[in-house]
Design a protein around this ligand. Structure first.
Ligand SMILES: C[S@@+](CC[C@H](N)C(=O)[O-])C[C@H]1O[C@@H](n2cnc3c(N)ncnc32)[C@H](O)[C@@H]1O
Length: 214
């Protein structure tokens, strides 16, 4: 059973005023790990990009600033996240450079082979069926397109105490904290090629990158 009012579940699916507060803090707290992760991929000016679990929308804004002649879509299953991401990106939404939609990673409302890049920051550990959900992201990537997953907690990382606490209360958190090896395996099993898992051990950060085969 997932108890919605606990802080972890405000991160899994922000709701109401506590959710709005959590989204505001996440836009600030996740900025550095996001910048670090994005350094590991190249973003072209015409790219069409999807940010899954877009939360308060800061990553969407960063991506739109990099893909200067492209388009960035954000998707999130939380109504509160969608509202916050739309507010963060009001101007670029008006210009047609950004679009924010409500929906689940498990059923993306996009056609096959649409995106050059998909990003997922601090969200994949909440997805209901990670291998199937990563295959759903694969479906919407163009052949040769990439998925990058970025997170500041993972199995075997620096933040052992937090990790143990989350694992101990797994019935409340329902989070899947994969190790480096397990991240690599889940990318490969989902059908990605050229899989790379990069750790910044001192900070406790991880990013995983996989490509849709041509
Ligand atoms: C911890 S927040 C991270 C938000 C943002 N990516 C950031 O870095 O600040 C996780 C986000 O993922 C969204 N999320 C979780 N599970 C999801 C799912 N199955 N489908 C779509 N969005 C999901 C949540 O609603 C929340 O907005």
């Amino acid at each position: 059973m997932i108890i919605r009012s606990n802080p972890i579940n405000q991160c899994r699916e922000p709701t109401g005023w506590p959710g709005r507060f959590v989204l505001w803090t996440m836009n600030i707290r996740h900025s550095k790990v996001t910048d670090w992760g994005l350094k590991h991929i190249s973003i072209e000016k015409h790219d069409t990009i999807l940010d899954v679990g877009c939360g308060g929308g800061r990553t969407v804004r960063k991506l739109a600033a990099l893909a200067t002649e492209g388009k960035v879509y954000g998707i999130d299953h939380s109504e509160e996240s969608v509202a916050a991401a739309r507010k963060t990106n009001e101007q670029w939404i008006r210009l047609g450079r950004i679009e924010i939609r409500q929906g689940s990673v498990s059923y993306l409302p996009f056609s096959d082979d649409m995106f050059d890049l998909a990003t997922a920051v601090e969200t994949h550990f909440y997805w209901p069926d990670l291998p199937a959900d990563m295959r759903e992201v694969l479906r919407v990537l163009k052949p040769g397109g990439k998925l990058i997953i970025i997170a500041e907690i993972y199995g075997g990382g620096k933040h052992v105490r937090i990790q143990k606490l989350l694992e101990k209360h797994t019935e409340l958190t329902n989070m899947a904290l994969l190790s480096v090896k397990e991240h690599s395996e889940v990318f490969s099993k989902a059908g990605y090629s050229d899989v790379q898992i990069i750790e910044e051990y001192d900070k406790g950060w991880i990013c995983g990158i996989g490509r849709k085969p041509l």
